[in-house]
Design a protein around this ligand. Structure first.
Ligand SMILES: Cc1cc2nc3c(=O)[nH]c(=O)nc-3n(C[C@H](O)[C@H](O)[C@H](O)COP(=O)(O)OP(=O)(O)OC[C@H]3O[C@@H](n4cnc5c(N)ncnc54)[C@H](O)[C@@H]3O)c2cc1C
Ligand code: FES
Length: 273
């Protein structure tokens, strides 16, 4: 029998990690095996309160638990931030289309992220690293408002930087304390020769303003529009292509996205709103 589209799988929060002043990661264990592809999203239900869409930040290969990184933005996310270990939750999904990882094989994978946009990027990064020999290189350029605002500090500042085949550069808008890295928005650490453009794909995920200026810079460098992958966020309701809340031109972001190439959506106005 087919599962009801809207019926969540039960689960619970087994750990909570404070990532930054406004962002926490929640480690969930679900009562049923849950498969997803990196870049797809889920609807997370807080029973009796509501639900919201999030992109898992863990690798799909970790079938024992799922991690979701959540920025406090409004009602449901604020309630989630008040939860403690043991809280029951529900997950429905996975929904939408993720990153076409197999198409990235043999290429330089250029990953540009900012803020809580590092959540889907973490899932992608972990997936790429599991089969790093399949890719020419994995080049990451990440930004945050301040050093405190970086999420995944434990791994980002340390073990990820030591992986063979991976090159990571970080920047902050406002340096403070001991920050020895670059200061400036993420486009200030992008360079035309970071990757071999004819043999590269680019993944961009972050706040709309960051995605806009990053995309403009990539176009200026000569990246083809069909090689720029953007993770788009729109207000969503059903998550399954029924309610029309998430329309972007002819596309339903929940069903046809959330990952799109710039080529697919470039002709629509207000894509960065
Ligand atoms: C596919 C997808 C994946 C996402 N992944 C993550 C993730 O991994 N981590 C994370 O922290 N957040 C993620 N988000 C955003 C997250 O869903 C919203 O922050 C959340 O729905 C806000 O719910 P709320 O009840 O707390 O806020 P509300 O009280 O509903 O609203 C707070 C404010 O945020 C606005 N808002 C609500 N949802 C969105 C949205 N989707 N886009 C833009 N503005 C919105 C409202 O208009 C309002 O101004 C994702 C969104 C989408 C569509
Ligand atoms: S959220 Fe309902 S159609 Fe996309």
């Amino acid at each position: 029998m087919n599962r009801n589209l809207y019926q969540p799988i039960n689960g619970g929060i087994v750990d909570i990690i404070d990532e930054s002043p406004t962002i926490k990661s929640f480690v969930l264990v679900l009562e049923e095996t849950f498969k997803f592809e990196t870049g797809q999203f889920v609807e997370l239900t807080l029973p009796g309160e509501g639900e919201a869409p999030f992109t898992p930040s863990s690798s799909p290969s970790d079938t024992k638990k799922m991690e979701i990184t959540i920025m406090k933005a409004g009602r449901v996310t604020a309630l989630l931030h008040e939860c403690e270990k043991g809280q029951k939750v529900g997950i429905r999904g996975p929904y939408g289309k993720g990153y076409p990882i197999d198409d990235f094989a043999g290429k330089d994978v250029y990953i540009i992220g900012g803020g809580v946009g590092l959540a889907p990027i973490r899932s992608l990064f972990l997936t790429l690293v599991e089969r790093i020999e399949d890719f020419k290189s994995v080049i990451c350029r990440f930004g945050a408002k301040t050093p405190d605002d970086f999420i995944y500090k434990n791994t980002l500042f340390d073990s990820w930087q030591k992986i063979d085949g991976v090159d990571i550069k970080l920047t902050v808008d406002d340096a403070n304390g001991n920050w020895a890295g670059n200061t400036g928005v993420v486009t200030t650490i992008l360079a035309r020769d970071d990757v071999n453009i004819p043999n590269a794909v680019v993944v961009v995920c972050g706040p709309p303003i960051m995605m806009k200026f990053t995309t403009l810079k990539l176009l200026e460098y000569g990246f083809p529009t069909e090689k720029i992958y953007l993770s788009m966020e729109k207000n969503m309701s059903c998550g399954v292509g029924k309610c029309g809340h998430c329309m972007l031109g002819k596309y339903y972001v929940c069903k046809d996205g959330p990952v799109f190439t710039y080529d697919q959506i470039k002709s629509y106005p207000n894509i960065w709103d």
